[in-house]
Design a protein. Structure first.
Length: 192
């Protein structure tokens, strides 16, 4: 089945400092099966640029052409402004920036890795993503990073997110945009 899936354009949203290894592993496992549209370290030099310009570059140069966004969720991902901006840009549906399907992968570094979904602390998920994983028919879904068979297990989830992007209720993008990274203890979450 994996070989019969279409090749999607995938934007990977992640915390570069903590989760680069997982991004590299995902790209390596799927490189011939998807098109990587994500931002690599050094692609955007944000020093001195206004926040709106950074967001515009991420949206227009990377996300606008993607069909699915994969959010790698490590222990501190919920704090990152770029992750928040990337999720928002993925939710927007405009003629030059179509909405992406969204799938989250909870990394082994996350406190709730392998916990049943009902036992996971929603404060430890990026807030904009957390708003879109609720209900019987959520816009986005979060899975655990697979212990093995990365390509075989993640590709169908990417395809399902692509199919859901226009079939589920309108996503919730109502949160105030992060202007800065959140600070504090990664294990306490965004409500603390």
């Amino acid at each position: 089945m994996v070989n019969s899936l279409p090749r999607h354009k995938v934007f990977i949203s992640y915390y570069h400092e903590d989760d680069q290894e997982y991004k590299n592993r995902l790209v390596q496992a799927l490189e011939s099966k998807f098109v990587d549209k994500s931002v690599s370290q050094g692609d955007i030099h944000d020093e001195g640029l206004p926040l709106d310009e950074i967001r515009r570059r991420i949206r227009n140069n990377h996300i606008s052409d993607a069909t699915v966004t994969v959010v790698l969720i490590g222990c501190c991902t919920w704090q990152r402004k770029h992750v928040d901006w990337e999720i928002l840009a993925s939710l927007i549906d405009r003629p030059n920036n179509q909405r992406c399907g969204i799938v989250g992968l909870l990394l082994p570094t996350h406190h709730d890795y392998l916990n049943p979904p009902k036992e996971r602390n929603p404060r430890l998920i990026p807030p904009r993503l957390a708003r879109n994983i609720v209900g019987k028919n959520p816009f986005a879904v979060i899975y655990d990073w697979p212990k093995n068979g990365l390509s075989k297990k993640v590709l169908p989830k990417i395809h399902t997110a692509f199919q859901r992007r226009n079939q589920t209720p309108w996503p919730d993008d109502s949160l105030t945009l992060f202007k800065n990274n959140r600070s504090g203890d990664c294990s306490r979450g965004w409500w603390s």
